[in-house]
Ligand binder design. Structure first.
Ligand code: FES
Ligand SMILES: [Fe+2]
Length: 452
């Protein structure tokens, strides 16, 4: 990073970002240090670990982690690497175990991370190894927000609540609306993409611009829940969409703020029978209790929790999509994605959620591969000598004022479509990459809610 001046590469005040930040190996290495070893990262959902001994695996940056519920009921996360010579201790995706014996030489760890037994402890180590100092390396901080478990390697990091900031107001909509709580459908979909993780994250943070064009073929299909904006579904009212960016680099797009989405849900539910109508009304009543403003929002269509955790939540009738863009080098990422539904949703909704997620977002779905193709070819455009000298353009709505009139909704609200969210994402990224030494505030619009 010595010859890299991030202020030259990330000029969000001009809407210009150098292609180099998606390709440069030094920048990538610095991201692992300054972003992935310091930010709160999504690890798992509590519904995946209901019982003592339940575990699942994931990555934090390039470090493999094991998320494990101990016999004491507490969930902890560990570097999934034996303290002896580094072998991966847990080699399955998920399951239940009281302990793991390392496959290499057999050091054995309990599900609270402690090193329990060591082969040849007496005749090899002569009893001298201090086992209490050689337990699994624990993730410094682990906190759940409404069942969503986040971890942080940085012991001095701010609290998860502070990190999420205004985003909590929105996550509360998802968490509260879910009858019986959010439940992740067992299993996950994984695939490799020859793309930079930021290209995927920025797509969810605010790129509504691509929807009609990249997914035009999917939108042309007569599938009603895919596009409630289609006049066939929502005949007599235009949906007013907005983008919302938040401090901390989080952003969501395609929001409606005036109750349109619950009206769509009601209309579609009526066609599915009284049980589904009752379900939609119950979900809505829970949100009204939370607040009128949150009830009007009803769903969080596309968004990204900084840095690399994206969420789809279009309505009470469709699955919640959870996506991690896991970095595997500057030009590669692994997508890990899960579908979730409500624990107490009618069976017809649960069944539909599984089919819907696979149909739209899987590697053979009618939406997901459109994005994958974009992520890969955009990233490839940053690798050539000439390509690398150029900037990407993020100038849409650069000179436009933020939207006023929604004083009870937190965040920076901009028109749909816009690139406001992406600019804030990269501004935050650049600030963190500067080692927290106070990067120049390159983009600083007044916060709408504060204006009253
Ligand atoms: S690497 Fe695990 S016991 Fe040797
Ligand atoms: Fe897309």
């Amino acid at each position: 990073m010595s010859d890299v001046n991030l202020q030259d590469l990330v000029r969000t005040d001009e809407g210009l970002i150098s292609r180099r930040i998606f390709f440069d190996p030094d920048i990538y290495r610095a991201e692992l240090e300054n972003i992935f070893a310091k930010c709160w990262l999504y690890l798992a959902h509590e519904s995946q670990l209901p019982n003592p001994g339940d575990y699942t695996t994931n990555y934090m940056g390039e470090d493999p982690v094991l998320i494990w519920r101990g016999m004491d009921g507490e969930i902890r996360a560990f570097l999934n690497s034996c303290r002896h010579r580094g072998m991966r201790v847990c080699r399955t995706d998920s399951g239940n175990a009281r302990q793991f014996a390392c496959p290499f030489h057999g050091w054995t760890y309990g599900n609270n991370g402690e090193l329990k037994t060591v082969p040849n402890f007496e005749d090899g180590y002569f009893g001298d190894l201090e086992k209490e100092n050689w337990g699994l390396h624990e993730v410094s901080r682990l906190t759940s927000y409404g069942g969503f478990i986040f971890g942080n390697w940085d012991a001095d990091a701010e609290s998860l609540d502070g990190y999420l900031g205004d985003l909590r107001w929105y996550l509360d909509i998802l968490i509260t609306r879910s009858l019986g709580g959010v439940e992740v459908i067992p299993g996950q979909q994984r695939y490799s993409v020859a793309g930079n993780w930021k290209i995927a994250a920025e797509n969810f943070v605010g790129d509504s611009y691509h929807l009609a064009h990249s997914h035009g073929s999917a939108y042309a299909l007569p599938i009603r829940q895919l596009n409630p904006a289609n006049p066939m579904v929502f005949r007599d009212r235009k949906l007013e969409y907005y983008d919302i960016a938040m401090e901390g680099g989080h952003g969501f797009t395609q929001f409606t703020l005036s109750g349109e989405r619950v009206e769509v849900d009601r209309m579609l539910a009526e066609e599915m029978g009284p049980e589904v109508v009752e379900y939609v009304e119950e979900c809505h009543a829970r949100l009204v209790k939370l607040s009128e403003a949150q009830a009007k929002v009803h769903a969080l269509p596309f968004g990204n929790v900084f840095p690399n955790f994206s969420i789809n939540d279009f309505s009470a009738l469709r699955p919640v999509g959870l996506y991690l863009w896991t970095p595997k080098g500057p030009g590669n990422l692994e997508v890990w994605q899960w579908a979730a539904t409500d624990r107490d949703a009618p069976q017809v909704i649960k069944d539909m959620a599984r089919i819907d997620f696979t149909r739209f977002q899987s590697t053979s779905g009618i939406v997901g591969p459109d994005d994958t193709e974009n992520f890969e070819q955009v990233t490839q455009s940053t690798a050539g000598v000439i390509g690398q000298r150029l900037d990407f353009n993020y100038q849409m709505t650069l000179e436009r004022e933020l939207v006023e009139g929604f004083d009870d909704v937190p965040g920076y609200i901009s028109t749909y479509v816009s690139e406001e969210n992406q600019r804030l994402f990269y501004q935050h990224w650049a600030n963190l990459m500067d080692g927290g030494r106070g990067a120049r505030q390159v983009y600083d619009k007044p916060r709408l809610a504060a204006q009253g």
